[in-house]
Design a protein around this ligand. Sequence first.
Ligand code: Q9C
Ligand code: ZN
Length: 650
Amino acid sequence: MPEKPSESNGKVHRKVGLVYDETMCKHDTPDGEAHPERPDRIRVIWEKLQLAGVTQRCVVLGGTKAEDAHLQLVHTKDHVNLVKSSTNKKDYQSDRVASLVNSIYLNGSTSEAAYLAAGSVVEVAEKVAKGELDSGFAIVRPPGHHAEADEAMGFCFFNNVAVAASYLLDERPDLGVKKILVVDWDVHHGNGTQKMFWEDPRVLVFSVHRHEDGGFYPGGDDGSYNMVGEGPGEGFNINVPWEQGRCGDADYLAAWDHILIPVAKEFNPDIILLSAGFDAAIGDPLGGCRVTPYGYSVMLKKLMEFAQGKIVMALEGGYNLDSIAKSSLACVQVLLEDNPIQGSSEAIPFMSTWRVIQAVRKRLCAYWPSLADELPSKLTNQKTPTPIVLTSNSNSEAKDNAHELLDQMSKLNIENHQGDTKVSRSWRSDLSKVDVWYASFGSNMWKPRFLCYIQGGQVEGMTKPCVGSMDKSPPKGITWGTYPNRLFFGRESTNVWGKGGVAFTNPLTNPNDQTHMCLYRITLEQFNDVLFQENGLNVDFASPIFGLTALQLVEKNGSTPLEAALAPWYGNVVCLGREGDVPILTMTCTLSVIEKFASGEVPLSPPAKAYANTLIRGLVEGGIFSEEEAEAYIDNAASKPLYINGASRF
Ligand code: Q9C
Ligand code: ZN
């Protein structure tokens, strides 16, 4: 009989088990060489949980070694013996070649750690199945999901989760577990687990992973959505193979809502084993995806609806220490049924995400009728913006067009800036009804910095606070886009950042250039307040600097210079395209100023450290680049000479 949940202060709380055993830190590279699957991974998770005060609220268990008989439920005898005997080896370095090919390394403690990892997952699974625990998290290493019956690979030796699943089904019929859902959200395909239950309808294996048509580790066709299982297991293997990196909360939650959750309802598992790798997390050096701790918490919360919340989490990958610690904490808080952590899923899934989800549903709907309906096009047609190339690539033509445009513009009195009171009373309310995507390529790529322009305030690196917008509502959406524009840095100092250049972009497109931009969906009213602040103006202006007429013009013509006296810095609003009927706007200097930069009349200047760091932070937290890549991107933009469309005109 399952125990009742324990109760204190009248509040019922769930019994959550945690396994942590320092012995598993002893598995390390034989030569002390750096490796992403390093001992500190589990240490930082444990420290984070302790610091947050959650370990006292959980049932803490030390590690347990797996029994050979249990390992042999999924592994060959030879494989088990090989791992076991590795303890007695003398020279682990001589295995280098073999280990490089298969992405494993060994030392004298590998065998012990591998036995502990598998045994600990078995232990938690058994206690959860018995009802001694409601759920649990085995913080183990080495990981398991790549390990196959007769092969160690991908930093894995024993398939910890598969051993636990087979143990429950084959060794403990008394516990009544007949159907197991394995959810594998590690960024890599769980090839080992897939193979072990390929023909087994008792175990529904679901893996969501970066696949890139077999180009991403472990590679090949195994992770394709066509791999649905065979024989009695047909339909009981589900792969969601991302076509690209950079997938985040929106993509994962779309897979949850439109594949995993409906299938889980039909399958109705008795227990869930979660291959919880955190290498799809934002900032992970191997994964290149961008799931936030909040995203993980929502995915887990959605699984808590099944099997009376009997969930066994087992750590798999995850190589950014900070990300895995935060993500783990967010998950344990869900298991404890703490108040949900803050966050929002404001981004839109990639187009490729909908393509994958639709393909998976189609391939599997014969087995899972809830996948049969076509997804509403309203959903799948939400697109991440794709750039519209504004001007021709031919140098002279582009320049001429731009000049013509400038001439045209300067003849038009676009807005009344003289404080016409009739205009001033209504402009805010009029413009608050229109949405735009503001595309930022400078420090505003870092969300907390951008929010200073909306909510007011000051973040690291800024020398003075911002007043914020009149309308302080947060952006309605955030997404990223890459545009064929040239990022560069100019001028010598600013009020807000002190010494050093600030970012501009050359709006004349060139397919060889790439500017990565973070897009915020805000109102046209807020966009004006951003423009005011970017140009050092007060936000209590009687008229907009960029109103409805200007918006129409910029959508038609590509760019619109603002009144020079009002907009000395970012005097040019550029339309990069549209997403649905919402225009994507950025702001940069005017073309005549760009010419001055290109000629050297106005100096180019690398960004100050604090400013550059803010851009790098934005790019890294946005999941666009690793820190090294972001640094290289900024360095490159700051050090290259500025040409106008590929050729120096001077
Ligand atoms: N070009 C886990 O996350 N990468 N394993 C090898 C070879 C191996 C990841 C790259 C990644 C293994 C558990
Ligand atoms: Zn992984």
